[in-house]
Design a protein around this ligand. Structure first.
Ligand code: PEP
Length: 291
């Protein structure tokens, strides 16, 4: 089967960092660094208070605006919360949902995340839906079960026509931030294959084949190429390195160069396994190994 190469997505999650001045400066540097790049889709997700400011700077550029969260109601008496309509109003194209910091530090459940996902789609947003296991879960050989549960519950009731606006980000919790642990390209590739397989069982093989799956967890300029080269890895969700424009741009460039490599391979007449969803059952012990 001849298939279209999936676009690479490099998205920065600024979390609860930056002042207004720093956010403006960072956004300008990212816009300048990305320039006219069109092989990789780039977005930044600043904190809520700086969405308008950053949105203005991104106008007319190739860098899209995203938010880090939303509340799953259109409007109402929800003190301190931000609705999907407000995000649209501010020019947001993306929203990050299911991030492990919200699951584990703020107690968000699969059911609550699912409400947010459905409301975000209904508002016309693109959803970056994060999944990933903790270190304890990996060590207890529960990675497959955890990913399975997060996907099945988090995406329940999502209409197939919303799927082109979905990105899944595989983010093993043990590899996020300064934990001292990094996932190997093999571990990442195995988890992505499992996610694509499980997603295909829910939404069909064709949609699974076009699904964008990003990796997130200590992606830096030094390891970006190796991770982005993996089968089934369609980009990266970047935390720490997205706060340094030069590092973020270096990762975008790694994405562009991997896109060209894959494009060349795809144009060869021989079969390209990267474009096919993996149908093999994952070897759970391999998936759960940490080193
Ligand atoms: C994240 O929190 O989404 C993330 C990937 O962080 P970092 O790149 O800092 O590991």
């Amino acid at each position: 089967m001849k298939s279209k190469l999936r676009q690479k997505f490099i998205i920065g999650n600024w979390k609860m960092h930056t002042t207004a001045a720093e956010a403006g400066h960072l956004a300008k540097s990212v816009v300048d660094g990305v320039g006219t790049e069109d092989r990789v889709s780039v977005a930044v997700c600043p904190p809520f208070p700086y969405l308008a400011l950053v949105g203005k700077i991104l106008e007319g550029s190739r860098v899209a605006l995203g938010a880090q969260n939303l509340y799953p109601e259109k409007e109402g008496a929800f003190t301190g919360e931000v609705s999907p309509t407000m995000l649209r109003d501010l020019g947001c194209k993306y929203v990050i949902l299911g991030h492990s910091e919200r699951r584990h530090k703020l107690g968000e459940t699969d059911a609550f995340i699912n409400q947010k996902v459905r409301v975000a789609f209904a508002a016309g947003l693109n959803v970056i839906f994060c999944v990933g296991e903790t270190l304890e879960q990996r060590q207890a050989s529960q990675t497959e079960a955890v990913l399975d549960r997060q996907i099945v519950h988090g995406l329940a009731g999502v209409a197939t026509n919303a799927v082109p606006r979905l990105i899944i980000a595989y983010e093993p919790v043990w590899a996020i931030g300064s934990t001292g642990h990094q996932a190997t390209p093999q571990q990442v590739q195995d988890a992505h294959a499992l996610i694509r397989l499980r997603f295909g069982q829910m939404f069909g093989k064709e949609l699974a084949q076009s699904l964008v799956i990003q990796y997130g967890g200590s992606v830096k300029p030094e390891n970006a190429a190796a991770l982005l080269r993996c089968d089934g890895v369609d980009g990266a969700l970047i935390g720490g390195a997205s706060l340094k424009a030069d590092q973020f741009i270096a990762i975008v460039r790694a994405g562009t160069s991997e896109w060209h490599t894959k494009q060349e391979a795809a144009s060869q007449p021989s079969h390209n396994p990267e474009l096919e969803p993996k149908q093999t059952q994952m070897n759970a012990s391999k998936l759960d190994s940490r080193n």
